[in-house]
Write a protein that binds this ligand. Structure first.
Ligand SMILES: [Zn+2]
Ligand SMILES: [Zn+2]
Length: 179
């Protein structure tokens, strides 16, 4: 078994809507390569920094993350004389192949990293988010606007509804009633 530590630059497009690993940012790979009958089993971890925006308040977010991966790279198919058989276009289902003495780790690392990126990163666990009315941060619990309290609003609606049901003859623009 061979162990190796490599630092590689992040490839392009390593991100989702609100979180990403910027292109060129360092990804540290700790790799274990193990020879098996069919080829080489590669397992390892990637360490990198995720940057993004809080899904609630859009403040910058960054944190260290670690993703694990494992993949079996099989030897290329050979004919009776040991020559490599060209199998043409690779399809998605085909196993990862060793090409020459190389294995292409990028798709493997990419999948592992993207899978762990958060759909909705938060700057803190209970980020209060932004005020729907003025767009300011809701950090201050005393942040209020002159509005009808929703509980009073619900009571007002109840009163309206009971009035309407007791006066069936009343007609409304948006509500045509039968005879
Ligand atoms: Zn936030
Ligand atoms: Zn506000």
């Amino acid at each position: 078994m061979v162990e190796a530590v490599r630092t590689v630059p992040a490839p392009e497009g390593l991100g989702v809507a609100l979180a990403r690993v910027p292109p060129g940012a360092e990804i540290e790979l700790v790799l274990r390569l193990e020879s098996v009958v069919e080829g080489v089993l590669v397992t390892g971890t990637a360490e990198y920094e995720v940057v993004g925006e809080c899904a609630r308040c859009l403040d910058p977010v960054s944190y260290d993350e670690e993703a694990e991966f494992a993949e079996l790279f099989v030897y290329p198919a050979t004919d009776a004389r040991g020559r490599e058989i060209d199998e043409g276009e690779e399809d998605e289902e085909a196993p990862s192949r060793i090409e020459g003495d190389m294995v292409d780790l990028e798709p493997l690392v990419r999948d592992a990293v993207v899978l762990r990126l958060p759909i909705a990163p938060l700057c803190q666990e209970n980020c209060p988010g932004l005020c729907a009315t003025c767009g300011e941060r809701l950090e201050d619990p005393g942040h209020v606007h002159e509005e009808i309290d929703p509980r009073w609003e619900a009571l007002a609606r109840l009163a309206r509804e009971s009035r309407e049901s007791s006066t069936q003859t009343e007609t409304h623009d948006d509500q045509e009633e039968g005879s």
